[in-house]
Ligand binder design. Structure first.
Ligand code: GLU
Length: 267
């Protein structure tokens, strides 16, 4: 058994974060249906061996802007909110179609930063997610973009996913990304850059590495992935960043592909 496989097998409750760039074609705004179907097969395989899977997926804005005929390029906040409203319907529907092929139910939860900071709403959200898992559904979580203003947005789903992982005491957060992990420098510019395969503490040296690789991944990039890692490490959850732009990324991860592990020492 390789290390990735062992660590995944040890995780009972797993949050998987899916970025827009993996799901939606940037130019045409079309959904990558085959990619999603392959991901659905991966999820069904994990579920059938008793692991709980929670999805945090972006893509509402990217999908919705096409349906609403919004222009290319940067959108105003109001336009993003409108796009999210139109896109979230399609996104949830696509997940349900995919998971339904494996007799799994997707169940949509939209959260704002407020929800995770007010105790009553935090507990409600947590208990809903727990109940969904108990009844065998797959929670599908996104930011509630239509009500979140700029000041109160998570702003990126890396951070939201880490908050969710802490909320439900997940064992592992997997960030499916457009890069296979954290590099010592920007690998597109510096040929000597190497992948850091294991991190147990976010030191200033690690932060300096991340700041050099902002990447094109929607709103996040490496700095928000490190913010997510910090949250995970302090809440006893391991995290892994791996390449998502491949067919069946969870299976490939299990096969032992290169990635960056953030291993919590807390428990
Ligand atoms: N919530 C946004 C969406 O679904 C994406 C946020 C992000 O880019 O991480 O489109």
């Amino acid at each position: 058994m390789n290390l990735n496989q062992k660590r995944i097998a040890e995780a009972k409750r797993i949050v998987v974060k899916i970025g827009s760039i993996l799901l939606v074609d940037e130019k045409s705004g079309h959904l990558h249906r085959d990619w999603l179907d392959a991901l659905g097969r991966d999820i069904a395989a994990w579920r059938s061996r008793g692991q709980e899977v929670i999805l945090v997926s972006s893509g509402a804005i990217a999908l919705g802007r096409r349906y609403l005929g919004l222009k290319q390029g940067e959108l105003r906040l109001e336009e993003k909110q409108a796009a999210a409203a139109a896109g979230m319907v399609r996104l949830s529907h696509a997940y349900q179609e995919t998971l339904g092929q494996h007799h799994l139910n997707a169940a949509q939860i939209l959260l704002t930063l407020d929800d995770s900071e007010s105790r009553r709403r935090y507990l409600n959200a947590r208990s809903t997610i727990n109940t969904l898992l108990e009844v065998g559904a797959v929670p599908l979580i996104n930011e509630n973009d239509t009500v979140a203003t700029d000041e109160i947005r998570f702003g990126d789903n890396d951070r939201l996913a880490a908050r969710v992982a802490a909320m439900v005491s997940a064992d592992l957060l997997i960030l499916l990304s457009n890069i296979d992990g954290l590099y010592t420098a920007d690998p597109t510019e510096d040929k000597s850059a190497v992948l850091v395969s294991e991190i147990t503490e976010i030191t200033s040296e690690i932060e300096a590495m991340a700041s050099q690789v902002v990447g094109s991944d929607a709103s996040g990039g490496m700095p928000t992935k490190l913010a997510a890692a910090k949250q995970c490490l302090s809440s006893g959850c391991h995290m892994v960043i791996c390449e998502g732009r491949i067919t069946s990324p969870l299976t490939v991860l299990e096969q032992g592909t290169n990635c960056s592990w953030f291993m919590s020492q807390g428990n």
